[in-house]
Design a protein around this ligand. Structure first.
Ligand SMILES: *Cc1c(COP(=O)(O)O)cnc(C)c1O
Length: 506
């Protein structure tokens, strides 16, 4: 390093360049000023969360904002306070809306302010949790172990934090594929293998995508019919397994739904474990949000059998109220898990002591080598609230979904289209009945979103569009539910009037 005109002096008298220079480091010239703007930012972030209820659920980013977020990269530095002001004006006001108590679209968690601190700590430490011997590794291990206990898996179960259930399912099915091929497919690929997987008609698209990525192809996935309760028809599953085996296919994996994305249906996981045992198939459970029922003493029974799965995928960023992104996969057979992803390289040599100790390394349990410190926000959330309080959020959301279902049943303008088994409620505008096409319900959902009143989403059930709410939100109150029903019934009437008489829809 050469001392230049803008250098400062270190305590020991050695000159160090400042970042105003081309040569200096990227730390602030003035740490006091950095701290000052940082405190101002923290004030604004806390205010952003504290006042979320007073704002529309969602505000679309206006064209002038989008325009300012286009263009070439800056060549020259900008002061940090200017950068933060841009964030305040261009980014913060146009959020997705999922902090709001009436955001119930798709399956989006609301997070808690604990995450602000957790992500700040994680960024300050800048840990790479691929492996080695440092505290973040032990934090992630404890998080995995906590949820192993919560879900009832035996000691020795392995696990890893990932971006979400899509990635967790990819990992679970990768282990299943390796086990089915005697750990040959890592080497030889899967050409010629006729592996087939099974999920109910309520299965999430991430299952199909995992099979596509794993080289098994979407055609390897069989969708098994469900009963009127929307749970997988176990007898139909068994018939499919037997018939496919007879035809020379190799049924290698069944994916159970513990909280389906369409209706919240939970398959009979114990029956699936029996069937998988009898047919030598791997049982993977998609518990993206439903796995968190295990936090509640009164609801835990709903996911009975989850502990018999070979692998389970679930999210922290949904019902556990941890900020995006954070999910987890647990694998009962830790050795199979490691053999599927083990990453031995000359420069990744392990040692008994020193920084290269700390076996097992997380990079041996998933596709990523470098990985961030996702575990801290989970760890801090569980430390702060405890499992009981977090389980109570899950219970309350189910009670609120039941309330929403009852209010819809009592409202002549609305019509429920699926049983409320958990926290998901699917319904339609009654005026949509007999209409051609599905314009009305889609228009109602857009209108609710665009006016900032609430955010439900749409879903297709039995070939028709419906309005869907999925409550995984600790800020939701019963009053929000009541207001939503009033606003939605009114919006249905308005939109039906705009579209004209039934039968004229397109
Ligand atoms: C959200 C969800 C997924 C996908 O999880 P990501 O965290 O979005 O990757 C899979 N299955 C179900 C049932 C889900 O709700």
């Amino acid at each position: 390093m050469s001392a230049s005109s803008g250098s400062g002096e270190r305590g020991d008298g050695e000159l160090i360049p400042r970042n105003g220079d081309e040569e200096g480091d990227l730390d602030p010239d003035d740490w006091e000023q950095f701290l000052h703007v940082g405190r101002g930012l923290l004030d604004d972030l806390v205010e952003h969360v504290r006042t979320v209820r007073e704002r529309p659920v969602w505000t679309a980013p206006p064209p002038e904002v989008i325009e300012r977020l286009e263009g070439p990269p800056p060549e020259h530095p900008t002061d940090i306070d200017v950068v933060l002001d841009e964030v305040r004006h261009l980014v913060l006001p146009y959020a997705l809306g999922n902090l709001h108590p009436r955001f119930w679209g798709w399956v989006h968690g609301a997070a808690t302010p604990v995450g602000i601190f957790a992500d700040a700590v994680a960024a300050a430490m800048n840990a790479n949790v691929g492996g080695r011997n440092h505290a973040p590794v032990y934090v992630e291990r404890q998080v995995v172990d906590w949820f192993r206990r919560i879900l009832g898996f035996p000691e020795g179960t392995s696990g890893i934090l990932v971006s979400g259930t899509s990635m967790a399912t990819l990992i679970g099915l990768a282990v299943a594929r390796e086990v089915a091929t005697g750990f040959e497919s890592r080497k030889r690929g899967v050409a010629g293998e006729r592996l087939t997987a099974y999920v109910s008609e309520e299965g999430h698209v991430s299952v199909r995508r995992a099979l596509e990525i794993l080289g098994l192809g979407s055609e390897s996935l069989r969708h098994v019919p469900t009963g009127s309760d929307r749970r997988i028809d176990v007898a139909a599953l068994e018939r499919a397994l037997v018939e496919d085996s007879r035809r020379g296919e190799r049924p290698f994996c069944v994916i159970g739904c513990a909280g389906s994305v369409l209706t919240g249906a939970i398959d009979d996981l114990e029956a699936l474990a029996e069937v998988c045992g009898a047919h030598g198939a791997w049982l993977h459970v998609d518990g993206a949000f439903g796995a968190m029922l295990a936090l509640s003493p009164s609801l835990r029974d709903r996911v009975r059998g989850i502990e018999r799965a070979d692998s389970v995928a679930f999210d922290f960023h949904k019902w556990l109220q941890v900020p995006y992104d954070a999910g987890c996969v647990l694998v009962r057979d830790a050795e199979a898990h490691r053999r599927t992803f083990e990453c031995r390289q000359d420069y990744l040599q392990r040692e008994a002591s020193g920084l290269a100790a700390g076996e097992p390394w997380f990079c041996d349990f998933g596709p990523e080598l470098s990985r961030g410190f996702r575990a801290l926000k989970v760890w801090m959330t569980v430390r702060r609230y405890g499992t009981r309080r977090l389980g109570r959020v899950v219970e309350r959301n189910c009670e609120q979904a039941a309330l929403l279902g009852r209010l819809i049943d009592a409202e002549p303008g609305l019509e429920r289209v699926a049983p409320v088994s958990l926290n998901v409620v699917c319904f339609r505008c009654a005026a949509a009945e007999g209409r051609v096409g599905d314009d009305l319900d889609r228009r109602v959902v857009r209108r609710l979103q665009e006016t900032g009143v609430a955010v439900p989403s749409t879903v297709r059930i039995d070939g028709r569009t419906a309005i869907r709410t999925c409550i995984v939100n600790h800020r939701t109150t019963d009053a929000d539910v009541r207001q939503f029903v009033r606003d939605t019934a009114r919006t249905c009437r308005e939109c039906a009037a705009e579209l004209g008489p039934a039968g004229e829809g397109t």
